[in-house]
Write a protein that binds this ligand. Structure first.
Ligand SMILES: Cc1cc2nc3c(=O)[nH]c(=O)nc-3n(C[C@H](O)[C@H](O)[C@H](O)COP(=O)(O)O)c2cc1C
Length: 216
């Protein structure tokens, strides 16, 4: 049975492209696998706190104070959600050429030494295994081709963050040119939907490695 963890990080509500596509993805996964269980986390609407001098030791050292213990407990919960998931769906709008700060803060809480990654003799090793991930990237502009390709700090960054904790089977979905007028927006969303359909079909067929990750 699949266990789906769906994460949103858009600060927009009803009109959010990534939120709509995350929900489409979840519904398609459920259609293919009606027994799947869904857990949702809305980082955009209900952000988790940034780390501060009062809290950072809770996840990077030994938690001792009340603030540090609260932070460790939140980090433990977020990591448990991930460890429990077989399929991860992340809605990641492009904000200032990268990811929303709410999503970055989530990564600050789930990249934990000796829990989700460890350093061995051959360097860092990701400790999360067997999670397939669909990442939905909504963007105002065009970054998969053309002059702005070199300033896409979103996809390489997400690939690094996820890979660092062992999530290497990732399908990257692109909803681009959302800010280029209604026609371009619809075309961008339609393209993303076709990428989602392909990724979901692959998971439903047994979850082989996504082609774009194998190439990357
Ligand atoms: C704070 C902020 C920063 C943004 N930065 C970029 C950017 O650097 N490049 C870009 O193409 N679009 C940028 N956008 C536009 C969003 O990526 C675009 O509107 C996308 O659809 C947002 O996803 P959402 O509809 O799920 O909220 C930005 C939007 C916001 C709110």
């Amino acid at each position: 049975m699949d266990r789906i963890l769906a994460i949103n990080s858009s600060t927009s509500g009803e009109g959010s492209v990534s939120r709509a596509l995350v929900e489409d993805t979840v519904q398609s996964l459920l259609a293919a696998n009606p027994d799947a269980v869904v857990t949702r986390r809305d980082l955009g609407g209900d952000p988790i706190p940034h780390l501060t001098p009062k809290t950072v030791a809770g996840i990077r050292a030994v938690a001792a104070t009340e603030d540090e213990l609260v932070t460790k407990s939140l980090s433990d919960d977020l990591i448990a959600e991930l460890q429990h998931a077989t399929v991860l769906v992340i809605g990641a709008p492009m904000y200032n050429f990268s990811i929303p700060s709410s999503l970055r803060t989530w990564f600050d809480h789930v990249l934990r030494p000796r829990v989700t990654f460890a350093y061995g003799e051959s360097g860092p090793e990701g400790l999360l295994k067997g999670i397939r991930d669909i990442v939905i990237q909504s963007r105002g502009g065009l970054y998969t081709e053309g002059p702005a390709k070199v300033i896409d700090f979103q996809e390489p960054y997400l690939k690094q963050l996820l890979g660092f904790i062992g999530i290497t089977d990732v399908a990257f979905v692109h909803a681009e040119k959302i800010g280029f007028g209604p026609e371009a927006r619809e075309a961008g969303i339609a393209h993303a939907r076709s990428q989602i359909a392909a990724a979901v079909a692959q998971i439903a067929a047994g979850g082989a490695t996504f082609p774009n990750q194998a190439e990357g």
